[in-house]
Design a protein around this ligand. Structure first.
Ligand code: AMP
Ligand code: DBH
Length: 556
């Protein structure tokens, strides 16, 4: 029986009709699928990706992704389904991404640092039909995790890529399970499915502030606009050589303007395994990289390394360094052009939508002291006090926003959505900002219960809930403590009746629960009571102050 169109569409909260129409009329939404990024620049022979010793042209990326899409279709995958993908910074990340988009299967791209707790939570929410992992990750080093997921989700197809020559692996993995020989595959096929560009293309990950990680549906139209506009602001061209050193799945290196922006302009993405300075400096020199994106903690490492290598010029080709994801100190911002010899751009963005940039022709003052202004004229920003009233220009308030690429609701999370959006559909990011008269924003703090560990976001509640399942823990609060390298680290304040309880035991406990390593508390502090607010809730502000004043001693 033919499935109806609506049953093939993935659920999401749409923009109100009138707004959607105005976004189209004003040219923000152009109703093109994101897969058009591969052909938009019109030069199939140009190199799109450099990954180690391998290069992929636009034509190859287009063709390989079509083959993969066709092969997956032969396996029974079809539009309207979802996929759970976890790949490191390798070309196959994009190849798989585009294959799934061509098929109309919406992926969530888990970060490579995620473990089974995160992946399991995404699978629970999405009920995916396909799992793609890589044996470089310990979860996929043997078949246990896959088998475990398949037990819960019996219709889950799984592809695990080996550790070398991934593309060949992808090809060889494609035959149906029952097949012994190779699969006959047309080289021309692109599965002819039609997912309207107003619909969900994929899911972005929220840094979160709740117990379970939340998923952000992103449509073709909204994401494509954010990519096009970002590429324009950053003046990308076919000559752009972009170093992707942050995790490829993250919204910043994916779309601000990130790899997708580079594809839209016909430039080249050079993949780095990590932001480690020596590795990146080698890649910059070897491939004449013109642009890179980093979090502040990585900038500090680059500056240090660059100082140590005084006489060499490893960064000679680098014209623009984008910095975002976490608070960036003005003093360090000033050092970027002075010491690395390239222009700085500050980026304040979120996987939920709104992205702010300092512009390339802004004054030094703006570039060093602000986190930029919204990329789009259609971005609506309100800075409100706790009663929902606008604050005066330049005063601190909560950031609320809506616009043509800011989502309207987390996936299947009505309670969370009721709290995260106001009556006018403005999303409250939980950031405390100041907006000056010409619209530039400074991020001065946050009210969401989150720790920003060098750009990696930790929802306090998620870690607290897990620790509370430990029989010896009566109460717990996770708070941020200042850290020179990362900006913030996490400290778990614990109340226990067991005087023998030690941090290594608790870390082991969390690891066994399948929690990502970066979410494990950096410190544990055993207390006899937690400070309370007037209404009896844990007073995290007081606790944070206590913890940062105290010379913390780990009872390891
Ligand atoms: P996420 O929800 O994981 O996409 O993280 C987005 C959050 O990262 C924002 O709401 C901010 O709290 C933080 N963030 C991103 N960029 C910056 C920046 N340039 N300065 C300070 N905080 C930032
Ligand atoms: O931190 C972020 O999430 C972020 C930072 C810069 C982001 O999503 C972005 C740019 O798009």
């Amino acid at each position: 029986m033919q499935k109806s169109q609506s049953s093939q569409q993935i659920e999401f909260t749409p923009w109100p009709l009138a707004l959607a129409e105005s976004y189209r009329e004003r040219g923000y939404w152009v109703d093109c699928p994101l897969t058009d990024l591969l052909t938009r620049a019109g030069n199939p022979g140009a190199t799109a990706i450099i990954c180690g010793e391998r290069k992929f042209s636009y034509g190859e990326l287009d063709q390989h992704s079509s083959h993969l899409a066709a092969a997956l279709a032969e396996r029974g995958l079809h539009a309207g389904q979802t996929a759970l993908v976890q790949l490191p910074n390798i070309a196959e990340f994009y190849l798989v991404f585009f294959a799934l988009l061509k098929l109309g299967v919406a992926p969530v791209n888990a970060l490579f640092s995620h473990q089974w707790l995160e992946l399991g939570a995404y699978a629970e929410q999405l009920q995916p039909s396909l799992l793609i992992g890589c044996s470089r990750h310990k979860l996929f080093a043997n078949g246990d995790f896959t088998a475990q997921l398949q037990k819960k989700h019996p219709y889950l197809h799984a592809l695990v890529l080996g550790d070398t020559e991934y593309t060949e692996n992808l090809q060889s993995l494609l035959p149906l399970e029952s097949d012994t020989g190779t699969l006959e595959r047309s080289t021309e096929v692109s599965p002819s499915v039609f997912v309207p560009p107003s619909q969900v293309a994929f899911f972005q990950l929220s840094g979160g502030s709740t117990g379970t990680p939340k998923l952000i549906p992103r449509t073709h139209n909204d994401y494509d606009y954010s990519v096009r506009r970002s590429a324009e602001i950053c003046r990308l061209s076919p000559a752009t050589r972009y170093l992707c050193a942050l995790p490829a799945a993250h919204n910043f290196p994916l779309s601000s303007p990130g790899a997708f922006g580079v594809f839209s302009a016909g430039g080249c993405v050079v993949l780095a395994e990590s932001p480690e300075p020596q590795h990146c400096f080698n890649l910059i020199a070897r491939h004449k990289v013109t642009m890179a994106a980093l979090v502040p903690s990585a900038v500090a490492l680059w500056l240090e390394k660059n100082r140590a290598e005084r006489n060499e010029q490893p960064l000679a080709s680098l014209q623009l360094l984008q910095v975002g994801g976490a608070n960036f100190a003005e003093a360090m911002a000033r050092r970027v052009p002075a010491e690395l010899g390239c222009q700085l751009q500050q980026v304040f963005g979120m996987a939920e939508g709104l992205v702010n940039y300092t512009r390339l022709d802004d004054s030094d003052e703006k570039i060093f002291t602000t986190q930029g202004r919204p990329m789009s004229d259609a971005d609506e920003v309100r800075v409100l006090d706790e009663r929902g009233q606008p604050v005066a220009t330049g005063e601190t308030g909560l950031l609320y926003t809506r616009g043509p690429y800011t989502f309207r609701g987390y996936y299947k999370a009505p309670e969370q959505n009721a709290r995260a959006f106001d009556r006018d559909g403005f999303y409250c990011s939980g950031d405390l900002v100041q907006q000056n008269a010409d619209g530039y924003l400074k991020v001065v703090g946050r009210v969401k219960d989150q720790i920003n560990r060098g750009g990696e976001k930790i929802a306090a509640e998620e870690v607290e809930n897990l620790l509370l399942t430990h029989g010896d823990i009566q109460q717990v609060a996770l708070v941020a403590i200042p850290d020179e390298g990362l900006g913030e680290k996490s400290c778990a304040c614990v109340i226990t009746g067991n005087a023998k309880l030690k941090p290594p035991q608790l870390r082991r406990y969390l690891r066994e629960k399948g929690l990502a390593e970066y979410k494990l508390p950096d410190r544990f502090q055993f207390l006899s009571a937690l400070p309370l607010t007037a209404v009896g809730k844990t007073d995290k502000v007081a606790l944070r102050n206590m913890m940062s004043e105290k010379k913390l001693q780990e009872t390891a």
